[in-house]
Design a binder for this molecule. Structure first.
Ligand code: BGC
Length: 929
């Protein structure tokens, strides 16, 4: 039987409040018959009165995602039903009805509501008086550390806003609340939460647009009602990212909301933000996304968001002058609590500190219940990712930092529960002080917060450390994918573009990041400068702008800016969604045009002294300006023995920049070819060849060596195919030797690491790849695992191998987890060879020292499942191939006599060719193997 087992609009089930322009549809079908292919699909969209607004007609196609609405313009704030009918090659059909989507406002459509602001103390900007030399002085060569974070000044209370209103005694049919804020809002209706999503409206470049959310509140309305909103600073005006600067987008928090109540008689009432709303301070002394919260329960406002409450001391809000903010509906899954975890333990250490150990490093917060505390008792929660080597509390982020601390003042009730809502922390441990009486682990719960993305990768193998590495990668991704992809959840929470460059392919295996990264790429396009520069973080907040300007005199870098080309290309291949290319094409072209101009016009200081032949190739080398380069490669140390990030940039920048210039030209020419933009395709292909020639002549000696013995340079050159095959062989040999000389340890930085194992395998150094993967000495992935890591670290030697000292670092940084893709490709053995896994290869990692591996990848067509095992000469593979896809299974060293006819008949050149279905293949290897 053919069945439709999943159906989504914009990657969500029955989404409400999406942008009305072009909704996207996707689905998964399943069949109990082998070799099933979807032959046709048909989508019909109807408004709820039954009017047909789009009929795709029967489309002969196997695709089941990235189908875009193409009917008459959708009406704003309207619910539609969509029906899907599919047929397959066996003559089966399946139909699914009843799925809904609802549009929000049309872009640019005026709102009835006005921006309002609670009466609030205006906190002065810290920004203007922040001296550049102080920055440089603090910045140092060690790592990016939080600057000027000494004390949480300039933080502001969260304000309470309310609006009470009565409704006509008429039958209501539906009610929707449309709401956004400059800040983070938490909204309730008649004392009940309107949503379980968090950190709304989410982080966007607020100077370009705000996202608003839409909630179905039909069931919450009464005759007499109160809308209650608590409004905190958030990314909009709180202390933010590096430097902890505040007021990045505004000096005052603000709110915009409209409640539309529809009646059965066809009329609508709108209750909107205006001068009738009132506001008050409440129990939050402050509520800052980065610093933490200070909640005084004695100041609890009681039933402030319910009818009948007397708002004593509340004041009128200010209606802000009209401005033209762009407002957009949602287009990706929201953020919220994604997991509840019980602490591993709560105990007093040898110096009497009360330590709560969550058992894993998370992004989120703790819900705590206390009993019989004195009124006024001050309970402090200090979060940290690591305890020091003695098991004592330390702030693992920055020695001076006083942040990631929540305060709670008890009101003295027999039982009180505190759970933050306007902050989240990156932490595993919490030092709790001020709590009297017996403390039990069951009084605490860890709440993990993230964007609600489906997990698409399951991976296990017979080596528990490698399995653990996989779960660490997952956890680091989850801890950093909240609204935007961030570098780390504790120190910066910033959308570093280079991190996404290196990690997007692993990310797209681990979770369904299609809509999540599509949304972020839209922000990248908005933040792109007119001259094509793609900044190093997106959103590009003032603090990063300022640092980049003062410290590096540059707003971009190779690799970081190249994200605009790399990420859409990676996602197009992974998901087969061509809109990644069409949406981003112009931005890609602008970026590559910028790089071309920089490279061809920039001249190094020694240009005049160069021989003519060398001068002639200079326009093809991107050897000027600042670049992060192969940032943070581990052997680059300062005299104190600490990783010297700036030096790693200086040593590698011109090589890496030129390599990535060639790579981006190549990728862009492929993109152009896919979109039939032949002239661009040809131009950038030719340019790429010229860059490669210049690169080889300028940097690589005839014996295949770079002037500097840096692994990353070899890795990038090989990964990007910048030299002839013959030269490549030499380079690969040198790379291998560098690794052996380094005691079998990697020495790659941010840009090169993701290609390392792949390049070694490609050039026949599989044993070295195995050594690196299973290495337990520092630097290595398993060094972290052996040191009880539950996430991926930013510094390999964050726990010093020589002394065991726990140092300040980010312990939750996914970039070095980019090895994930290699694990799925080489150990589990699933490799995409088509577009969106329409065709894929399964090559089980029998060559690796594992007895078995199993797992699955949920591609856009459904679950690809693989479980393989080996025992002596016996090999077994259990496999599921989704409907509409085709797999080639590599049966390495197979003694075909041991194979059943079914597979023997489908075998060619060592590969078995299989359509959809579930299979069990077993065979023996040839005796000599
Ligand atoms: C971030 C990185 C980022 C880097 C720039 C750091 O502070 O945490 O992930 O890419 O700066 O190189």
């Amino acid at each position: 039987m053919l069945s439709i087992i999943d159906k989504k609009c914009m990657g969500m089930q029955n989404p409400v409040g999406i942008r009305p322009a072009r909704p996207e549809f996707s689905w998964i079908i399943d069949s109990d018959m082998h070799d099933t292919v979807q032959e046709t699909y048909q989508i019909q969209v109807r408004s709820l009165d039954g009017t047909l607004v789009w009929d795709s007609g029967s489309c002969s196609s196997g695709i089941c995602s990235a189908v875009f609405y193409d009917g008459e313009p959708l009406r704003p704030r309207t619910c539609y039903e969509w029906t899907l009918a599919v047929t397959d090659n066996h003559g089966q059909t399946a139909v699914r009805r009843g799925d809904l989507f609802e549009t929000g406002f049309s872009e640019g459509e005026p709102w009835t509501g006005k921006w309002i602001s609670p009466k609030q103390e205006v906190v002065p900007d810290a920004f203007c008086d922040w001296p550049a030399d102080k920055l440089v002085e603090h910045f140092g060569p060690v790592d990016f550390v939080g600057l000027d974070m000494g004390n949480p000044d300039g933080v502001a209370p969260a304000y309470y806003l309310r609006k009470s209103f009565g409704l006509l005694p008429k039958k209501r049919s539906s009610a929707r609340l449309y709401i956004t804020a400059g800040g983070i809002y938490d909204v309730s209706l008649n004392g009940k939460p309107v949503t379980d999503t968090l950190f709304n409206p989410g982080f966007t470049p607020y100077d370009k647009y705000f996202e608003y959310q839409t909630f179905d509140v039909t069931g919450l309305l009464e005759q007499e009602n109160v809308i209650g909103v608590i409004l905190a600073d958030g990314w909009y005006k709180g202390r933010n990212g590096i430097g902890g600067l505040r007021n990045l987008y505004g000096k005052q928090t603000k709110l915009l909301a409209e409640l539309h109540v529809r009646y059965e008689d066809g009329t609508t009432d709108i209750i909107a933000t205006d001068d009738t709303w009132i506001s008050s301070k409440g129990p939050y002394e402050y509520a800052d996304l980065f610093v933490g919260e200070f909640y005084d329960a004695r100041k609890d406002l009681g039933a402030w968001d319910c009818a009948g409450y007397i708002p004593k001391g509340w004041t009128a809000v200010t209606v802000l002058p009209h401005t033209d903010e762009v407002l957009k509906g949602i287009c990706a899954p929201p953020a919220g609590v994604v997991e509840h975890i019980r602490p591993a333990s709560v105990y007093r250490n040898d110096i009497g500190e009360l330590i709560l150990d969550m058992g894993q490093n998370i992004a989120g917060f703790v819900r705590a219940t206390f009993y019989n505390q004195e009124p006024g008792a001050h309970i402090v929660f200090e979060h940290t990712e690591m305890l020091d080597e003695r098991g004592h509390y330390m702030n693992s982020i920055n020695p001076d930092c006083r942040e990631l601390i929540d305060h709670y003042i008890c009101c003295g009730k027999s039982s009180e529960t505190y759970c933050p809502r306007f902050t989240f922390h990156g932490f595993r441990y919490v030092r709790i002080s001020g709590l009297k009486g017996q403390v039990r682990a069951e009084d605490f719960e860890g709440l993990v917060v993230a964007s609600r993305l489906d997990t698409t990768m399951d991976f296990q193998c017979s080596n528990p450390d490698i399995t653990r590495l996989q779960s660490n990668i997952f956890r680091s991704q989850q801890g950093n994918f909240l609204g935007i992809p961030t570098d780390c959840p504790q120190r910066e929470k910033a959308g570093w573009t280079g991190d996404v460059f290196v990690y997007s392919d692993t990310a797209s295996y681990v979770q369904d990041v299609r809509m999540f990264l599509k949304r972020w790429l839209e922000m990248v396009r908005m933040e792109q400068f007119a001259n094509g520069i793609v900044p190093v973080t997106v959103p590009y907040t003032k603090n990063y702008y300022y640092i980049q300007d003062c410290v590096f005199q540059a707003h971009t870098s190779c690799g970081w800016g190249d994200a605009i080309i790399e990420v859409p290309w990676v996602l197009y291949q992974q998901y087969g969604d061509i809109s990644f290319l069409t949406d981003n094409y112009d931005a890609m072209k602008k970026w590559i045009g910028y790089v071309e101009k920089e490279a061809s016009e920039g001249r190094t200081d020694d240009y005049e002294k160069m021989p003519l032949s060398q001068q002639e190739r200079q326009p093809y080398l991107w050897n000027t300006g600042f670049h992060y380069g192969d940032w943070s490669y581990p052997s680059c140390r300062n005299e104190k023995g600490e990783t010297d990030n700036l030096q790693s940039s200086i040593n590698t920048r011109e090589y890496v920049a030129t390599a990535l210039y060639a790579h981006s030209c190549e990728v862009f020419s492929k993109v152009a070819a896919v979109l039939s933009k032949d002239e661009d395709a040809r131009y950038y292909r030719t340019l790429r060849d010229r860059i490669c020639k210049a690169y080889e002549e300028e940097y690589i000696r005839p014996d295949g060596q770079f002037p500097l013995p840096i692994q990353g340079l070899y890795v990038l050159t090989l990964a990007m195919g910048l030299v002839s095959e013959e030269k490549a062989g030499l380079l690969a040999r040198h790379l291998n030797q560098l690794i052996l000389d380094n005691g079998g340890c990697l020495d790659t930085g941010f840009m090169s690491i993701k290609f390392l194992l792949d390049v070694l395998c490609r050039y026949g150094y599989t044993d070295t790849a195995k050594t690196l993967l299973l290495q337990e000495k520092c630097p290595s992935w398993l060094y972290e695992v052996k040191h009880d890591a539950t996430t991926v670290w930013s510094k390999w030697n964050a726990i010093q191998p020589e002394t065991g000292k726990v140092t300040c670092a980010s312990y939750n940084h996914y970039s070095f987890g980019s090895v994930g893709k290699w694990m799925y490709n080489y150990i589990l053995g699933i490799r995409n060879t088509g577009c969106g896994f329409r065709d894929f290869v399964v090559e089980p990692g029998f060559d690796y020292p594992f007895q078995w591996a199993c797992g699955s990848y949920h591609c856009v067509y459904g679950d690809i499942r693989v479980a393989w095992a080996r025992d002596g000469r016996e090999r077994s593979i259990d496999l599921t191939v989704p409907v509409s896809t085709h797999a080639l299974i590599r049966l390495k060293d197979c003694d075909t006599n041991s194979l059943s006819h079914y597979f023997k008949d489908r075998m060619k050149d060592g590969y078995v060719s299989l359509g959809s279905g579930t299979y069990h293949i077993c065979y023996q290897t040839r005796p000599e193997m």
